[in-house]
Design a protein around this ligand. Structure first.
Ligand SMILES: *[C@@H]1O[C@H](CO)[C@@H](O)[C@H](O)[C@H]1NC(C)=O
Ligand SMILES: *[C@@H]1O[C@H](CO)[C@@H](O)[C@H](O)[C@H]1NC(C)=O
Ligand SMILES: *[C@@H]1O[C@H](CO)[C@@H](O)[C@H](O)[C@H]1NC(C)=O
Ligand SMILES: *[C@@H]1O[C@H](CO)[C@@H](O)[C@H](O)[C@H]1NC(C)=O
Ligand SMILES: [Zn+2]
Length: 481
């Protein structure tokens, strides 16, 4: 395919991302929420009241400061390149590379890369098939079916959902619960944690309805919708000098700060650090980097991105990671901790934070989501909108919400590929032989995490800005940026 055709094919994905998820002011209030929840009856791990205090009655000093890293939309080499420039070199306090959550929509997605990303330990979540707000059931469920069939993601591994444009309704949440999702993460925490009326709740279950977005989404709150055991993970906004009137939710680096007319990375970094510090020195509610990675991809054809912005994001993460008990995590990792909130000293025991590497011989040829093993074994599905690759055989037509798992198109002289069965893990499944190469715990995964310590390695030490520069932080210290 001619590169120019490819670029045209990809442009809609870019256009879509641009106005995906902006807030302009508070999206909730105590009176609009009308929320009540009794912590004596709503108890972990299956129930948690919306609260600004850490779960499990822990004091903030015993609580990790989580930075949730998410990406939305199509999974392509360009978008993974963009995420990798922020995470690939980093380590959490247990020596593991941070994991993130990819809210995947399937238009323009390269299925092989979803498999690879999942096998590398990241969370794959649902963002509808064709990127529609207020999605009907087939957009939500078709995404599950297609990711399972064509990317080999186990059904039960797809736990989370984010609505395109953050445009969801009470019905969306009902549909998610019906499809046995664990959580939604489409709502906004829109009031600073330093404000007594903050809506920056720790993740909570909807046993007593929603407490976020009560002013923004009709039919939410005042006890609705009641979805016992189903979690909401609010998206925590950053705030510039205007406080509650200057919220920045997704891709804050694309916004102008403090009402200015142009983007100023230095000013963005200042308010991102200030918001982080307010969380860190307060109740340690999580904070998030909610990205549309295509905007900061240096490999996306024809799009110029600001190196200063990329450096600024790395400078922010370096700065955050130099502080104690800071962890960069996926939503599923965050939720695992919230459901079982051990103090920071015991984090090493939490399976969800470990790095487990599948044990597969480097020389073995198997189409399993590990690039060196699957090289040469991928099917190339040459559809005109967007050609993609998969280990699981090309569908005869492009998947759609009405038909998310079309019959395979089997090339002459070959056999159909076997889809992932429920009793084998993706890195061990051979879709060509139809064989599971590991069926016991002894051959499975090794744990590469080390005892928890300080994140001394993996920082980029990037020189942000063209000359040395300093800002004053919340403690009136001069901090190099
Ligand atoms: C799609 O995936 C294949 C196989 O991993 C890779 O070679 C190719 O560069 C990818 N293309 C895009 C645009 O993601
Ligand atoms: C993308 O979605 C639109 C519907 O919004 C559909 O018409 C189109 O065929 C889809 N393209 C791909 C590559 O799935
Ligand atoms: C960018 O923001 C910083 C920090 O607020 C400020 O010192 C600097 O003057 C701004 N630069 C421009 C070009 O406005
Ligand atoms: C997995 O399930 C299939 C049937 O779906 C069965 O034939 C196979 O023996 C099972 N493998 C293991 C290891 O349980
Ligand atoms: Zn989106």
């Amino acid at each position: 395919m001619h590169p120019w055709t490819l670029l045209l094919a990809l442009l809609p994905a870019l256009v879509v991302a641009q106005d995906d998820g902006t807030i302009n002011g508070p999206t909730s209030s105590a009176s609009a929420a009308g929320y009540s929840c009794d912590p004596n009856t709503c108890k972990l791990p299956t129930c948690n009241c919306a609260s600004t205090s850490p779960p499990g009655g822990l004091s903030p000093s015993e609580v990790p400061q989580f930075i949730v890293f998410t990406a939305d939309d199509a999974v392509q080499s360009y978008t993974l390149d963009a995420v990798n420039q922020f995470l690939a070199q980093r380590k959490n306090p247990n020596g593991c590379q941070p994991k993130m959550t990819y809210f995947t929509s399937l238009n323009y997605t390269n299925y092989t890369l979803v498999t690879d990303w999942y096998v590398a330990g990241n969370e794959i979540a649902d963002h509808t098939m064709t990127h529609v707000g207020s999605p009907p059931a087939d957009e939500i469920n078709g995404n599950l079916i297609a990711l399972n069939a064509l990317a080999g993601i186990p059904m039960e591994a797809i736990k989370g959902f984010r609505a395109p444009y953050l445009n969801y309704t009470p019905e969306t949440l009902q549909l998610l619960k019906q499809a046995e999702f664990t959580y939604d993460s489409s709502s906004s925490a829109s009031i600073p944690v330093t404000d007594p009326g903050t809506d920056a709740y720790w993740p909570y279950t909807l046993d007593n309805g929603m407490a976020n977005d009560c002013l923004a989404v009709e039919g939410l709150c005042k006890g609705q919708p009641k979805l016992p055991g189903f979690w909401e993970i609010p998206m925590y906004a950053y705030f510039d000098d205007r406080g509650v009137n200057g919220p920045h939710l997704m891709d804050p680096w694309l916004d102008t700060a403090n009402g200015a007319s142009t983007v100023n990375d230095t000013a963005t970094l200042v308010y991102m650090k200030n918001t982080f510090t307010a969380h860190y020195t307060g109740n340690r509610q999580p904070i998030g980097l909610y990205t549309h990675p295509i905007h900061v991809s240096k490999t996306y054809p024809g799009v110029v991105v600001s190196q200063s912005t990329i450096d600024m994001i790395n400078a922010f993460l370096d700065w955050a990671q130099e502080q104690q008990n800071v962890w960069i995590v996926s939503n599923e990792q965050l939720l695992a901790w919230v459901q079982n909130p051990v103090p920071v000293s015991q984090l090493g025991n939490l399976d969800a934070l470990k790095c487990l590497t599948p044990q597969v011989e480097a020389t073995l040829q198997i189409c399993n989501g590990i690039p060196q093993n699957e090289a040469g074994l991928l099917s190339h599905c040459d559809f005109p909108d967007f050609p993609f690759y998969t280990c699981y055989g090309c569908p005869s037509v492009e998947p759609t919400p009405e038909n998310p798992n079309p019959p395979q198109q089997v090339p002459t002289g070959q056999n159909a590929r076997y889809r992932l069965p429920a009793n084998c893990s993706t890195p061990f499944w051979d879709p060509i032989a139809g064989d599971c190469i590991c069926t016991s715990s002894t051959c499975a995964f090794t744990d590469d995490s080390r005892p928890i310590g300080v994140s001394r390695t993996g920082l980029t030490r990037v020189a942000f800005g063209t000359h040395p520069d300093f800002v004053v932080d919340m403690y009136s210290r001069m901090v190099p940026i």
